[in-house]
Structures are given as C-alpha cells and as structure tokens.
Design a binder for this molecule. Sequence first.
Ligand SMILES: Cc1cc2nc3c(=O)[nH]c(=O)nc-3n(C[C@H](O)[C@H](O)[C@H](O)COP(=O)(O)OP(=O)(O)OC[C@H]3O[C@@H](n4cnc5c(N)ncnc54)[C@H](O)[C@@H]3O)c2cc1C
Ligand code: SF4
Length: 486
Amino acid sequence: MAHVLIVGSGFGGSIAAKRFTEAGHTVAIIEMGEDFRDPAKLQQSQDTKFILRLFRDYPVDYLQSKPRLIVTQGMGLGGGSLVYSGIHLRAPANVFDSWPTGYTRSNLDPYYDRVEARIDATPDPATFAYGRPSVFAQGAAAAGLPAPRAHPLAMTGCTHCGWCVPICKWGKKNTMAHTYLADAIDTGRVQLWTNRKANYIAKYGNKYRVTYWKTDSAQDNYHMVNDGRLYYQEGDIVVVACGAVESPPLLERSLNESLPAGWSRINGFDDSTLGTGIDGTGDFVQGGFVPQEVFGYQGAIMMSSLDMGDYVLQDLHAIPVGPTVKFESSFYLDGKERTWGLSYKQKLKDYGKHMIAVAIIGKSPSGANISVSDDDGNVAVGGNAYSPPTGSIEAARSIITALGGELGNTPWERRGVAATVHPVGGCAMGNIVQPTDLQVFNNPGLHVIDGSVLPASPFRNPVNTIAAIAEKAMDVLLDVPGAPNW
Ligand SMILES: Cc1cc2nc3c(=O)[nH]c(=O)nc-3n(C[C@H](O)[C@H](O)[C@H](O)COP(=O)(O)OP(=O)(O)OC[C@H]3O[C@@H](n4cnc5c(N)ncnc54)[C@H](O)[C@@H]3O)c2cc1C
Ligand code: SF4
C-alpha cells in the first residue's frame, strides 16, 4: 500500500483522499487554510477578518490596485466547497467537442451520477415559493426568455437563511468536509495537515517530498505566506489539488527551485502551456432594483438557472458588501453617476427587498485568456478581462427592465472589469497531464486532480465536471475493474 500526499483539500483533493483511503492506502492532506469543522468557528458575518480566512483574492490588494481582472477562490479544509453556492450542473454535450478522445457527455454521465448521489445534489422543491427565484422567473417570462428551472443544490435540511456564502453555519451545505473528506477520515487512514502551504515538490530516491511553510502564524490570507522555516513530508504518490490558480505555480516552482543535497527535481515535461489558457467561465453579474418584492436574503443563495445553451443565467443574492464595496455598482442619482453619498445610501435602503442580481456563466468569446505564474512563492495572475458570453449581458438586463426595474451600472460597464470565481485550466489534460489518470507527463506517481486539468470551459458552474473527472481519473489510477481507457 502506498503513502499518498494530497496538496489541497477542495473537490479534487477530497475525492482523491476518499478513493485512495477506501482502497487501503494512507493519505496525508496538506492544506494551507484552516480546519472549519467546529461549528463554533463559523459566523454569518461580513467581517473581513472572518471572510479573508475563507477566501483567496488574486490580486490580494485589488480594492487599491483596481485591476481589470480579479479571481476569487475558497480555502480551508474542504477548499471551494466551504464557500460555494452548492450548485451542481452538468456541462452541455458540445463542451466536449474539443476535449481529448473519450471525454463526452454520455461517457461522463455515470460519473456525474456518482458525484450527485454522494453529495446529495437535488433541486429544492420550494424554489419558486421564494421571492427572488419567483420574480426572476416572472422577469424571464416578460422578457421572452426560457423559463428558469430549480437547479440541483448540495444541501440537506436547508433552513433557507441565505448565508451560504461565505459558509453555512448550520451544516446544511454538503461540503467536502461533510461528504468525501468525511468518508476518507472515517477509514482512519488520513492525517490532516491544515495551515500548511506547499512550496515545491521534489524527488528523494524513489519517494517524493513536498515542502511547505506553516501558515498558522498568519491571521488570514494564508495564500500569501511565502517565508519562514520550510518543512517537508515524504510519500510514494503526490496529488496536486490546489485548483486552477495555485496548482500551475506549484509545479512551476517544483521545476525551478534549488534543492538541498541529495534531493532531485521532478522530471522535466513540456511546460510551455503550464499556467496559461485559464478560462474565467464567462462570470459576470448584472444587478438592478425592481418594483416587485424580492426578499433577496430568503432562500438559498442561488436557486434557479435559465438555460441559454452556451450560457446560463441564475438568480443571485449577494451580501451587500459585494455590490457596494468589492464590485461597486453605480446608479444615476440627482443627474450624476454615483457610487457613494447620501442619495446612494438612500437608494440602497431597499437592497434586501428589491435588489435582484442575475449571474451569468458560460462560453466567453475571448476564450481562455488568463495566466498564472509563480511570484516568489505567491501567485501573479496575468491577462486582461475576458468578455461576457455573447448576448448574455443584454439577456440579463432584459429580465430587470421587463420587470420595470432600474439597472445598476456594473464594474464591467464602468471600467471593463471581469471577476471570476470559476477559473479552470492551467494544467490542461493532453498538455501537462495525461487524460487517462491525470498523471503529469513523464512523472510517474505525480498527479494533478482539480479544476486546473480542464482543457476548456464547461460553460457551467464547474464543480460537477471537476468532481466527475476526478472520480473517473481515480477509477483509472486505482485500476478499478471496468475503468475506462480514455
Ligand atoms: C463564492 C464562490 C461560490 C462558488 N459556487 C460554486 C457553485 O455553486 N458551483 C460550482 O460549480 N462552483 C462554484 N464555485 C467554484 C468552485 O468553488 C471551484 O470551481 C472549485 O472549488 C474548484 O475545485 P478544485 O478542486 O479545483 O480546487 P479548490 O476547491 O479551490 O481547492 C483547492 C484547495 O487547495 C488549497 N491550496 C491551494 N494552494 C495550496 C498550497 N500551495 N498548499 C496547500 N494548499 C493549497 C486551497 O486552500 C484550497 O482549499 C464557487 C466559488 C466561489 C469562490
Ligand atoms: S440557506 Fe441553507 S445552505 Fe445556505 S446557509 Fe442557510 S441553511 Fe445553510
């Protein structure tokens, strides 16, 4: 039996942990964020001191530096599943046209089934009893768009309190810590090393060593820790599962670091595409005030999807810090465009009752134009803003105006800013990893299992596809009878 080191505990890392441990192997998980399993640690709060323990922003100083591209991801034991909205959608069939041979929607369907069953992703039958999805559906009908459907949510016994982001205080969101990781821990074969940020991977004889810094002296923003004493763990197999932003720079550092005596670098591979071709999955949000009573806070945070083929529109409620501080929306008030002041404050007094936001996710015509690279132990995100899926902003706006609403001017309209929580790619299968078992080319025992291996956008919220691919790769890696050869 092998000893496996898994770096990162999000969707890919947790699925790998369950599968390896249930096959009898031992696993150590190295995760830079905190262990949030104690409910006493959880808050329904907009306090940045709490939020920055759960989110990774790239660049971290975006409120000051005002870049045109911002990427945000979750961190902690469970990774993005701690902060996610619980939405599990399957990618449409045409997504797979450009993927390596064998990857088709029908071939992936059994793996989607497996993930949805384990995570209990089901549509909430009460969806359209809530103001926000119901007004969203009214607006779609008035605008002549297809009817939204309740989308599958990974929630059990949800109280509909609307605080799924940053985290569910009531344990009703089926995060990795409640499902795949819990299964792995139940085997008794897992060691958890939280508050540890991996620096690089090297070889030592026939073993791998993963070096890391401790992050527990930091208060938040654990992804920015890049100094202090370096420790290491040793294993037979390493799974890199740090997500699309952090996995490519971890491999980049592993190819370049100077090493202690007796250690050797991982084998070379064609790294010309490493950290490039990352897709923001067309994320945009269009908000506005509508005369109908929305009661945005009620219900889960995003409950329904309207399928437009290459993109979806989803009803969204976000805590006000988003549209007021992080991605400030302006309104024309007293003849001026305003993002602050008394009239703006008065405008926002109806935020909970009348603000509706339409999230857009899908195929961006600008393609996969984001890149990431190592910046002395941290990550530099490059590239300009991607553009919205064709026709999506107009469709989102038409829902609000058909309701007789007033549109907010978003950072995209005002300053050409794009912000994604759904980056995929950077260690694409076929380029950096083998499509079959997601092994890094030329490096037996070194795998990448996370959103970075997607060769292109899934045109939908990506976790269902990331998780299905992870399950499939683990079947191949563990040589499960009947495992596919693609
Ligand atoms: C607010 C929000 C809501 C979202 N809602 C949805 C949704 O409803 N549906 C959906 O499909 N997608 C959603 N997403 C996107 C989803 O969270 C990501 O696509 C998904 O988590 C990616 O999975 P992953 O396994 O690639 O990596 P992650 O889940 O990001 O896990 C990577 C883990 O690795 C850790 N890590 C990174 N670098 C290191 C290092 N050097 N050393 C140690 N640990 C490291 C990180 O802390 C993290 O815990 C949402 C994202 C956000 C931010
Ligand atoms: S709406 Fe449901 S899943 Fe979201 S925070 Fe409340 S109880 Fe948790």
